[in-house]
Design a protein around this ligand. Structure first.
Ligand SMILES: Cc1cc2nc3c(=O)[nH]c(=O)nc-3n(C[C@H](O)[C@H](O)[C@H](O)COP(=O)(O)O)c2cc1C
Ligand SMILES: Nc1ncnc2c1ncn2[C@@H]1O[C@H](COP(=O)(O)OP(=O)(O)O)[C@@H](O)[C@H]1O
Length: 298
């Protein structure tokens, strides 16, 4: 997949299926658009292009807070998901005040018309341009609007998945995403207490703006240097020890190596329980023994 800043002179000239949207998380609802795009691409011998934005359009409309930078995936994972879904050309353009003022007609003139469009695919609720144009506006092109995908009778949406993650319901998030919710980060030093209680934990700090699941203990997989291990994670303040910082820590099963400074990815599989403030370290260890048993059996 080629990632290209949208400029008229840099566009590929071969016929292409254009998929439009922002696609945070590229969940099962989004994947339905790419299923259709792949069918069309095969039928018309065309490539697949996406025209999207590096950051959320909401940044242009709302007072800033850090949450507006947050995504369901890291930037790398976002690219990998587009690639897995068959995208050949990912065109990026900044969503700015100027961009927001374009009418649907301007958008077609300035962007869509410069591509060699074989067909356009959008989602059921797609609107574009300052006049909130509908698909009919694109009627000069062969265009397809994909029906909403539901799960348990409710629409699959990035908002619903974000809420599931924040509630700690990673099982639901994973089902709606169609893959395991993951957070990437770097292994940093903690209090060096883990090893003294028989459960060393890799403390993971994320540089990306991602949603961290709710405080609690989780069954996880963790990828270290390309190998995926089972483990158990804690998200919280280490209440038993009066911790002040919220940490994401993973005890990795059948693993014995120093990995400070390594980039790792944590895949959240299931919420085990909430955080408990124990009276002493022995009670914590007993609880962690049973967390381990459950996590290994998952
Ligand atoms: C699976 C798991 C469950 C945990 N559960 C709790 C808990 O219920 N209460 C708590 O205070 N700390 C809990 N912890 C966090 C430990 O307090 C923490 O890992 C330990 O203090 C080591 O910290 P360090 O890595 O900074 O040295 C848990 C950690 C793991 C890996
Ligand atoms: N099975 C394991 N799970 C997690 N980390 C491990 C494991 N074995 C060794 N380590 C190493 O030990 C470190 C964790 O030890 P710990 O005593 O908890 O110190 P810290 O407080 O710095 O995290 C990890 O960052 C990693 O480098």
């Amino acid at each position: 997949m080629k990632v290209i800043k949208f400029k008229e002179e840099d566009l590929d000239s071969a016929p292409t299926i254009l998929v439009l949207g922002y696609f945070d998380g590229l969940h099962r609802g989004h994947q339905a658009l790419f299923d259709k795009a792949r069918d069309l691409a095969a039928e018309k011998n065309a490539s697949i292009s996406v025209l999207t934005f590096p950051e959320s359009p909401v940044l242009v409309f709302k007072k800033f807070n850090e949450d507006l930078f947050k995504h369901l995936t890291s930037p790398d994972k976002r690219l990998a998901l587009f690639e897995e879904n068959g995208v050949d050309f990912l065109y990026l353009t900044d969503f700015t005040s100027h961009f927001a003022k374009l009418t649907s007609h301007d958008f077609i003139q300035k962007y869509v018309s410069h591509l060699n469009i074989a067909a356009i695919v959008v989602g059921f609720d797609y609107r574009f341009g300052s006049d909130h144009g509908e698909l009919s506006q694109l009627s000069e092109y062969e265009s397809y609007q994909i029906a909403q995908v539901s799960d348990a009778g409710e629409k699959i949406s990035s908002t619903r998945i974000r809420q599931a993650v924040l509630d700690g319901d990673v099982s639901l998030a994973n089902r709606l995403l169609g893959y395991d919710y993951e957070v990437s980060g770097i292994v940093v030093h903690g209090e060096a207490r883990g090893r003294t209680i028989g459960y060393p934990t890799a403390n993971i700090e994320s540089k990306h703006y991602q949603y961290l699941p709710a405080i609690g203990v989780y069954v996880v997989d963790i990828e270290v240097s390309g190998v995926r291990y089972r483990g158990m994670a804690s998200i919280g303040y280490n209440d038993t020890f009066g911790g002040k910082n919220k940490t994401l820590e993973v005890n990795i099963f059948d693993f014995h190596d120093e990995i400070y400074g390594e980039s790792v990815t944590v895949y959240f599989l299931k919420l085990i329980r909430g955080m408990i403030k124990f009276d002493g370290v022995d009670a914590l260890i007993t609880q962690m023994n049973s967390d381990e048993k459950l996590s290994r059996e998952f």
